[in-house]
Design a protein around this ligand. Structure first.
Ligand SMILES: NC(=O)c1ccc[n+]([C@@H]2O[C@H](COP(=O)([O-])OP(=O)(O)OC[C@H]3O[C@@H](n4cnc5c(N)ncnc54)[C@H](O)[C@@H]3O)[C@@H](O)[C@H]2O)c1
Length: 431
């Protein structure tokens, strides 16, 4: 019986039978003997090592942002339950940045009126994550589930849209704060530009496409001196990287509206404050320092002009967010193509009455019954603008937006929350 080798290479009469092992060895030697082939082998090995290393670094980078704390039957059940609509003609809303200050309040308000809400937040450590976890707990107590994940995680977003046909996305996740850009500029690009595009891609691909309402910022008015700021004013002189990424967001959302038919509403918030607020904002850390007897730094503009802000109470901003969601027209795209024009809107959400920073400190002193140790400093060039002042007539016309809380009343509510959250007695002593 012929061997397998003989079957493949039958011996022909008159010819010497081929010795395969010998031939392979010879070819192998010939191959390596040639210098150019050796060079090619070396190149191949280098390319192999390089691609292995870059794959490793890709895996490392991805896992830094996307720790797989989502997925599974139990997780999907939590997402579905949280998205349940409990009122006629209600909406199901994906709220990004839900463990953030504004996100928590908006999620609670939506849930309270019977809408379905699913939160998404990456709990980053830009400021104390324990505050974000406390907000998550508050939301969980009200039946709102916050997914721990990053808006750059396209797989997670696709999964969420797969589990729930969200009618709306309230996009509040962002790298906030103006001064931090000097320290960590990449975080602004990561969340406010790359993350925004990943989220819009997911919205574009979703069927049905949701309407998107998202937080831009009053900072887009940059160095404008015309007041009050109106939506039609120029926004091409940003004073900070934060402002520049928010302005980029307005342009990016416009293209998704134009090409893919996404319904877009951009909201320019003006210095939002209130209970469960952000520890990186002046009213918050002034309160902490005053209570601890530490000095506070108050910036002044050119010629010792006081800085002023159009401080807007959180409940007013929440009303503006819900009004925007309620009046957002439908997206018109499907399968990545638009079937007709979709709305593209931008609104100021401010208070319309700026207050200077020293006045703000005066109100805090009264509420806390402690004198502040004021340290006036000329404003460094760190991205802050000298003043903000909103014209809100567009939002008033479109959905009846009317801010009703003045700074005294709003700060009183903030201080009450601060004292109870951080465990202070009424007279500023810690419990
Ligand atoms: N609070 C204000 O005064 C103010 C003013 C203008 C604009 N805004 C904008 O409003 C929105 C909400 O602001 P806020 O004050 O609640 O800030 P916040 O920092 O409290 O909330 C933002 C949340 O988004 C999360 N987040 C950040 N990057 C993320 C990412 N890549 N993936 C998932 N989650 C991410 C954060 O962990 C945070 O909980 C932001 O877009 C902010 O830029 C706020």
């Amino acid at each position: 019986m012929p061997s397998l080798e003989e079957e493949l290479f039958p011996s022909t009469p008159g010819k010497v039978k081929i010795d395969r092992t010998h031939t392979i060895h010879r070819q192998f030697h010939r191959c390596f003997a040639s210098t150019s082939t050796m060079f090619l082998w070396a190149l191949f090995l280098i390319a192999l090592t390089a691609s292995y290393l870059s794959f490793q670094s890709f895996v490392d980078t991805s896992s830094k942002y996307f720790t797989a704390s989502w997925g599974g039957i139990q997780w999907e059940k939590q997402v579905r339950n949280s998205a349940l609509i409990r009122r006629p003609a209600g909406m199901s809303v994906l709220v990004t940045g839900a463990a953030g200050f504004v996100g928590t309040h908006v999620s609670l308000a939506l849930q309270k009126r019977g809408d379905g809400v699913v939160g998404l937040d990456n709990f980053n450590s830009y400021y104390d994550p324990s505050l974000k976890h406390a907000r998550k707990k508050l939301l969980a107590d009200h039946g709102v589930f916050v997914v721990d994940g990053d808006i750059n995680d396209a797989r997670l977003l696709a999964k969420l849209f797969d589990v729930v046909a969200f009618s709306h996305v309230m996009h509040l996740a962002a790298q906030a704060g103006v001064r931090y850009a000097l320290e960590n500029p990449g975080s602004y690009v990561h969340s406010n530009v790359a993350g925004l595009v990943t989220l819009l891609e997911a919205c574009k691909a979703a069927d049905p496409q949701p309407a998107v309402v998202w937080a831009s910022s009053s900072s887009v008015y940059g160095l404008n001196s015309k007041t009050p700021f109106s939506e039609s004013d120029r926004t091409d002189q940003p004073a900070s990287l934060y402002a520049a990424t928010k302005k980029a967001g307005e342009e990016i959302t416009h293209t998704y509206n134009h090409i893919h038919g996404l319904s877009i509403t951009g909201l320019r918030f003006f210095t939002v404050y209130g209970p469960w607020g952000r520890p990186d904002m002046a009213y918050f850390f002034f309160t902490r320092n005053i209570l601890q007897g530490k000095p506070i730094t108050i910036y002044r503009g050119k010629d010792r002009v006081d800085l002023a802000r159009d401080f807007t109470y959180i409940d007013d901003v929440v009303k503006g967010c819900l009004g925007s969601l309620d009046t957002a027209g439908k997206s018109t795209g499907s399968g990545g193509k638009k079937r007709g024009p979709a709305p593209y809107r931008i609104f100021n959400l401010g208070n319309t009455s700026p207050v200077t920073v020293p006045e703000l400190v005066g109100i805090l002193e009264k509420q806390l019954k402690v004198k502040a140790k004021r340290n006036y400093v000329e404003m460094p060039g760190n991205g802050d603008v000298p003043f903000t002042h909103a014209n809100v007539s567009l939002a008033r016309r479109e959905f009846g937006y009317k801010p009703t809380t003045d700074l005294q009343t709003g700060l009183k509510k903030f201080v009450k929350w601060y004292m109870s959250y951080y465990g202070y007695h009424q007279h500023g002593k810690r419990v």
